[in-house]
Design a protein around this ligand. Sequence first.
Ligand SMILES: Nc1ncnc2c1ncn2[C@@H]1O[C@H](COP(=O)(O)OP(=O)(O)OP(=O)(O)O)[C@@H](O)[C@H]1O
Length: 247
Amino acid sequence: MSIELDSVSFAYGRRARSILSRMSYTVPDGLTVLLGPNGAGKTTTLKLAAGVNQPDQGTVRLGGLPSHSKAYRLKVAWMPQTITAMTGLTAREQVAYTGWLKGMNRRAAWDASAEALKQVRMTEHSDMKAKRLSGGQLRRVGVACALVHGAEVLLLDEPTAGMDPTQRRIFRDLVLGLASREVQVLLSTHDVADLAEEADHVTTLTEGTITFSGSTADFLAHAPASVPEARRAESAYSALTGYRATR
Ligand SMILES: Nc1ncnc2c1ncn2[C@@H]1O[C@H](COP(=O)(O)OP(=O)(O)OP(=O)(O)O)[C@@H](O)[C@H]1O
């Protein structure tokens, strides 16, 4: 079962220009990296896929469930670009609270919170006030919030932005582990080197248009044969979009 955007159009406001026009896209299985430059429409696409925003035209569905339904939102978890630490709450309380908001009872949310924090390797910080966590730690709490209610699809918006190389590595291993446990993951980034080579699929978005969606092998095949292995993802991205990759 996959999220399907069917001929979706979206503008921020009635008179605003359309950010997406008749976009059709099926989120692939496994781990997909959504690549695109600043302003390409990655966040907009993820918010539509999460049911946070509704399309002006077209439909967003998961196995027949429309994205405005509660059942849809229970199957899908979205991690926004900015995670807000809740004043006064510990990391564990913040994650449990998110589970409770998703409809879990208090006990289940409390237990699931510990499990989700374990998955993101934050157990030792679970009793720290969320406000006192570092940016990278707070992002991991954000992932735990996305994991807490056992969603089938995780939509992660620029989850590695602002992380140092060590945190990036921890995060990369975490995401790879999640996707291998049969959770569908769609992760946006403008850092091509991030995960593109380890992902199962790559989708590129340029000015609101999907310019490529396919297997990672097919994506990398767009790099000229002469390009060294370490630069293949960046080169394939430039060949497909005309944009230089950023780091
Ligand atoms: N709330 C908003 N109101 C009006 N316009 C918006 C709003 N959010 C985004 N936009 C516009 O929509 C377009 C796509 O933005 P979006 O955030 O989806 O891109 P993105 O690919 O996620 O970019 P970034 O990598 O910078 O996060 C941009 O032109 C942006 O200015």
